[in-house]
Design a protein around this ligand. Structure first.
Ligand SMILES: [Zn+2]
Length: 95
């Protein structure tokens, strides 16, 4: 049996497709702040990521890509800080 109703999204790190609920969604809010979406839906342009260090590192390797993707212009230090926040929050450290 196939469930046709599962929304599928693309991870911006590995560019593979996964069910939306297994991915991390982050958005750029109207105040131009990057935020991880948790239980509540957040408005704004968003992107999806696997809960994997590799994908997160890859996605944020070029801050320009994040800016292009979300139609924003944040400095690399702001973007790197946000990357660290995602890593701290979503990825279980190896010890
Ligand atoms: Zn991925």
């Amino acid at each position: 049996m196939k469930n046709q109703n599962v929304p599928i999204r693309t991870c911006i790190g590995c560019r593979s497709k996964f069910p939306q609920k297994t991915l991390i969604r982050f958005v750029c809010s109207t105040e131009k702040r990057l935020q991880i979406e948790e239980l509540k839906k957040l408005p704004g342009r968003g992107a999806y990521l696997c809960k994997s260090k590799e994908c997160i590192e890859k996605a944020f390797k070029e801050p320009k890509r994040i800016n292009t993707l979300l139609h924003i212009q944040l400095s690399s230090s702001v973007i790197n800080e946000f990357k660290q926040a995602i890593l701290d929050k979503e990825v279980i450290a190896d010890g």
